[in-house]
Design a protein. Sequence first.
Length: 329
Amino acid sequence: MSYRLGGIDGVSVEAVKWENALRRLGLEVFDVAGRGRADRIVTGLDAWDTRPPDVDALRAALADADLVVAENICSLPLNRNASEAVADALVGRPALLHHHDLPWQRAGMGDAVRDDPSWQHVTVNRASAGELAERGIRAETVYNHFPIEVPADGAATRAEIGVAPEERLVLQPTRAIARKNIALGLAVAAELGAAFWLTGPAEEGYETELSELLGAAAVPVRHRPAPGTMAEAYAAADAVVLPSSREGFGNPAVEASIQRRPVMVGPYPVAAELEAELGFRWFRTAAELADWMEDPDPEVLDRNRAVAAEGLDLELLPGRLQGLLERWD
């Protein structure tokens, strides 16, 4: 369950992976959300809903669940009434609290996470597990996992979005919100003499600023969703940027690496963790990326793909979740 499900945001994407992994372990799975595509929609659970949650409907939606996986709804209090209502409903019940973000990682969100002896906390990075430990809460870390064998031909995608075969294309496969640092993505495209493609919509009141940024861009801009799969979008790009100031995990950097694309990442701390823990090697500046593209070394791309395949293959996820479920066996 989450605030919303079925979208392109990272929480929704990872929730689907966990649902499928749990089904492979033999469990029946249904989903609950305040908005989006879910088996059960509960009024008031949406992150931006101003109405209080319908507590009776919430408890009814969860009544036949033996285990609840709370996807960020008890982690980041975007809708504090919803977050508290869900936590109250889960007291004394087996629950996996899957933390993609934590409140103190965003300004004005508070400094506490609820806990209960019946719950298991799971973070998507080790830094967050450490921050919970400092507050007396034990958490396991399960990194996000990804399908590895996803063949994709980007030629049709380039044609669909109007990019010539000889033209360079920089892809930023994110939503448009302040922390995604669209300005830096545009600057990277300018450094490379490339067109810039942003796939996600503006959210969180960012529409005006985005319009101004794209309108003043010094490079050709495409702002539209991927016409096919995201794998095909990565394959269509000459380079991928994830210039964010903060990411809970940063899926695009890994997904682009699987498609053997050079990646420049921003200063979000999880990128450094994944490099240190797993061995990824991503570019940190536009100049570094530009230098590499003038004299490409395919070993960089081969290494990053191999790192993803060894440590983050989606086929490994059911086994890793099985270890979490053993708590309740």
